[in-house]
Design a protein around this ligand. Structure first.
Ligand code: ZN
Length: 433
């Protein structure tokens, strides 16, 4: 059930996307108060946007603009809106995302073809280990996608290993939809309760939120740790509310596949121009086929690398490598550019580390400082030295590291209203980026 366009030639995919883009520009110039204003302000005539290369004539849309002019992005009257989603805004107030009935159908299709990437078929049953409520889009997308595909889905929700295992043993799901670190909790629960992991019937996990691979697609420490105890296929999926679209790995596990029916991808540099092929840049997207809140050249804040060679699965669509980091969390530390995920990979190598947070701040002279707060049951100078040495070996620099009580780390990780644990606390004063 791979969509035909994903197997078409790169030139065919491009011209297909351009046709959809022209439609979108027409739609925005008729229905979007925000983009009408932008087109007017920048003297952009809709008919001058014909090709993907023409996109550079249009200014990018930032998260700040989305927040500030939230209502102006909505292209439909309120009676057409079915579902309301919010995402945390960078300026405090959450950003609202509205979806029409057609948007929900599009979301369902998106997730169905993403599941297909990960090998899920109609016969499969998935166990959903994320929340579906709290104005959260992803959980709903998974449910709708399973329904679209005709696969079974068990909505257990987040956490509670006991209930997850009860459900796995009772309903025999073949796939799990889960944040990969939670798989470690399931493994440790299973070991304590004599559950045989490898006869559980689970074939694979569709993993959200955390990376499973290094930039060369080799498994990272987290992935190796999971696979050591539980031999299941791990597929990364990457998505966001603003994109309304997922990038999911196929069986080749060489990055998340782009779905050309749903979204246009640009990888941009600081000047908002496309980076050279193979360079890391900020993922910038234009949604296709969205009715309520289409976005044009929206800068996601995620730094990624695109891979353009055809894939062994038969798809010719671009693949996105693991997210290198958030653009705003880029740290310039002792002459090296770092992103928190690279630090996560190093910290995950130590079984002694129970939990941690990465604090980034500005020091007195305005340069970046990193403090990693670690909770461990075996604090020692020897462990500290080993962690620092590992940092130097992998990243050439070592941040400040300190041991803290577990309770304190937990409080930092789970502030009120947070839907996922906070691993990075960025205390730097925000300058316009
Ligand atoms: Zn592939």
């Amino acid at each position: 059930m791979i969509p035909e366009i994903e197997k078409a030639s790169i030139a065919q995919i491009k011209s297909y996307q351009e046709e959809k883009l022209r439609k979108l520009i027409g739609y925005l110039s008729n229905h979007s108060a925000y983009y009408q204003r932008i087109f007017k302000e920048y003297d952009i005539l809709p008919e001058t946007i014909q090709t993907l290369e023409d996109l550079v004539k249009i200014p990018v849309t930032t998260k700040e603009q989305l927040q500030e002019f939230n209502d102006d992005f909505i292209c439909v009257p309120k009676r057409e809106i079915i579902d309301y989603v919010t995402t945390s805004g960078t300026l405090g107030e959450p950003v609202t995302f509205a979806l029409t009935d057609n948007d929900l159908k599009r979301l369902a299709y998106n997730e169905a073809i993403s599941f297909v990437c990960a090998g899920v078929q109609k016969e499969d049953v998935m166990q959903l280990m994320t929340t579906m409520d709290r104005r959260f889009m992803a959980g709903l997308a998974y449910f709708l996608g399973a329904r679209n595909l005709g696969a079974g889905i068990i909505r257990v929700g987040a956490g509670i290993p006991e209930l997850q295992w009860d459900s796995i043993l009772k309903f025999k799901p073949t796939y799990l939809i889960v944040g990969p670190s939670f798989l470690l909790k399931l493994i440790s629960y299973a070991k304590k309760h004599a559950i045989d992991l490898n006869s559980s019937g689970v074939k694979g996990a569709i993993c959200i939120g955390e990376s499973l691979r290094n930039q060369d697609f080799s498994p990272n420490t987290l992935s190796k740790k999971i696979k050591k105890s539980w031999d299941i296929a791990l597929y990364s999926t990457y998505a966001s509310t603003e994109m309304n679209t997922a990038f999911t790995e196929c069986e080749a596990q060489q990055g998340g596949h782009h779905h050309p029916e749903l979204i246009v991808v640009e990888i941009l540099n600081d000047e908002n121009l496309p980076v050279k092929e193979g360079e890391i840049g900020e993922l910038t997207i234009t949604t296709l086929g969205v009715e309520a809140m289409p976005l044009l050249r929206f800068k996601t804040g995620d730094m990624v690398k695109a891979h353009t060679e055809s894939c062994s699965c038969g798809r010719n669509t671009v693949r996105l490598g693991p997210v290198v980091g958030r653009r705003k969390q880029m740290v310039k530390y002792k002459g090296t550019t770092l992103y928190p995920p690279a630090m996560d990979n190093i910290l995950n190598d130590f079984t002694e580390i129970e939990s941690y947070v990465i604090e980034i701040s500005h020091n007195a002279i305005g340069t970046d400082e990193i403090l990693i707060k670690i909770a461990t049951q075996v604090p020692s100078d020897e462990l500290l030295v080993r962690i620092k040495d590992h940092f130097r070996a992998k990243l050439r620099v070592s941040p400040k590291i300190g041991f803290y009580p577990k309770k304190e780390i937990q409080q930092l990780q789970f502030p009120k209203l947070s839907r996922k644990p906070v691993m990075v606390i960025d205390k730097r004063t925000k300058t316009a980026l």
